[in-house]
Design a protein around this ligand. Structure first.
Ligand SMILES: C[S@@+](CC[C@H](N)C(=O)[O-])C[C@H]1O[C@@H](n2cnc3c(N)ncnc32)[C@H](O)[C@@H]1O
Length: 217
């Protein structure tokens, strides 16, 4: 996939530099905290964040376990610059790569990552790209490595389906509706992940955000 072809962080509604303000409205500390808890980073782990945006998730991982090798991947160089500055300001260090999530082979040695994470990315991608990213994540992980995804998932209630329309307005229905219909765990299993589960879902002002976990056998 071409690095220039991707939906920007705030879709069609606002410049990406406003992303941190917008995402703060989504009970962000709760679902990011859950994502980090399920990732359970250990000393020295290699942790890759796919579509890392402004680096907030990796920053949370580094706060919990400062010795991880943190690798942020995103096609948007403007956001990567913000991420680099934000994480450096907090005194932590990470590596940053401009690439789409289906190109992880060029970023980390295949089979070497302990944890691959991603937040709020798959809902913005066409189904074929969701598939390609999950396949690339699978290949990046070592056997036994963990995948943790935090993203808009199955919208279980009328209230959440209605709230999710805001996201659909920004990012378009074609890419977002499969997530709302619950496609993510199916695609994870199809990519080869074992023990695929959705242990949490967090209702927010924009629809519910699910935590999905899986393991490379
Ligand atoms: C809604 S933002 C989420 C950013 C960040 N993960 C977070 O939780 O704050 C979506 C991000 O996905 C990135 N993105 C879009 N298409 C992508 C792709 N095909 N591969 C990897 N990242 C992608 C965008 O550049 C943007 O940074």
């Amino acid at each position: 996939m071409d690095e220039r072809q991707f939906t920007p962080a705030l879709g069609r509604v606002a410049p990406a530099r406003f992303f941190d303000f917008a995402v703060a409205l989504t009970r962000e500390r709760l679902w990011r905290g859950l994502a980090v808890a399920y990732a359970a980073p250990r000393p020295g782990d290699v942790v890759v964040d796919v579509g890392c945006g402004t680096g907030t998730l990796l920053q949370a991982v580094l706060r919990v376990e400062p010795t991880v090798t943190a690798i942020g991947v995103d096609p948007d160089r403007t956001l990567l610059d913000l991420a680099r500055r934000k994480v450096a300001t907090s005194g932590a260090s990470a590596r940053w790569h401009a690439a789409t999530g289906d190109q992880l082979a060029g970023v980390v040695e295949p089979g070497s990552a302990d944890v691959v994470m991603s937040s709020l990315v798959l809902h913005q991608c066409p189904v074929a790209v969701k598939r390609a990213i999950l396949g690339s994540m699978f290949a990046a992980l070592r056997p036994g490595g963990r995948l943790v995804i935090a993203d808009f998932g199955r919208q279980r209630t009328t209230l959440m389906r209605t709230a999710f329309r805001v996201v659909q307005l920004a990012d378009g229905k074609a890419d977002t509706q499969p997530n709302a219909d619950g496609i993510v765990p199916e695609l994870m299993a199809e990519a080869g992940f074992d023990d695929v589960r959705e242990p949490e879902w967090v209702p927010t002002i924009n629809g519910s955000i699910s935590i999905y976990v899986g393991r490379r056998p």
